[in-house]
Design a protein around this ligand. Sequence first.
Ligand code: ADP
Ligand code: 5GP
Length: 190
Amino acid sequence: MKKLILVFSGPSGAGKSTIINYLLKEFDCAGLTVSHTTRMPRDGETDGISYHFVTKEKFLKMVQNGEFVEFVECFGNYYGTSKMAIDDVLKHKDICILDLEYEGAYAILNDEKFKEQCVGILVLPPSYNSLKQRLMERNSETSESLDKRLNDSFKVKKIAKYQFVLINKELEISKRKIKDIVNNLKMAKV
Ligand code: ADP
Ligand code: 5GP
C-alpha cells in the first residue's frame, strides 16, 4: 500500500480527537503525528505523546532551523508539525494522521511535496450550539479560551481542499462513516 496522509481539521470541539482515537484503535496501520505546541498541557496530557510541549523560545528556534512542515499561531499559542513527526509515523505505518487547524491544513493540502499523498477530512459539529455544549462539557477551556475557540470555529479556509466533510452528530454513525472512508482510501491506494 502507498503511504497516505490524512489531514483532519474542523472547529475545536467538533470531535476530531475522538474520531482519530477511534481510527487508531481500528487501524493498526495508522499512526498520529505528535505536534509541537507552546500551550500548557491539560489534565491527562503527556509530553511526547499528546504533544511535545515546548517554550516559545524553543519553538521559534525550530522555526528558524526549518524543522516544521507547517506551523501557526492559534488561540495565542504556537502549534507545528515537524518533518520528523511525519517521518516517525511513516517509518512504521502506512497512514499518517494529522490534526490541524484550518491554516495548517490548507498549507499541507497545498504543499507540492505532500499534496499527492494527502486527503483532507473536515469534521463539523451538527450546530454551533452543540459545539459550544461539547466544549463546555469537555471542561478544558477558560471562558476566555472558549470564546476564542467559538469565534474561530467556522473560519474554514478553502473548503474545496477537503475531500470529505463529516458532520459528527451521532458518534456511532460517524465512526462507521470514517471507517468506510479509510477502508475505501486503503483500497484505492493499493
Ligand atoms: P476536538 O478534537 O475536535 O477538539 P474532541 O474529540 O475533544 O474535539 O470532542 C469534544 C468533546 O465532544 C469531547 O468531550 C467528546 O467526548 C465529545 N464528542 C465527540 N463527538 C461527539 C458526538 N458525536 N456527540 C457528542 N459528543 C461528542
Ligand atoms: P488544542 O489546543 O485543542 O490541542 O488544539 C487547538 C487547535 O490546534 C486544534 O484545531 C488542532 O487541530 C490544532 N493543532 C494541533 N496541532 C497542530 C499542528 O501541529 N499544526 C496546526 N496547524 N494545528 C495544530
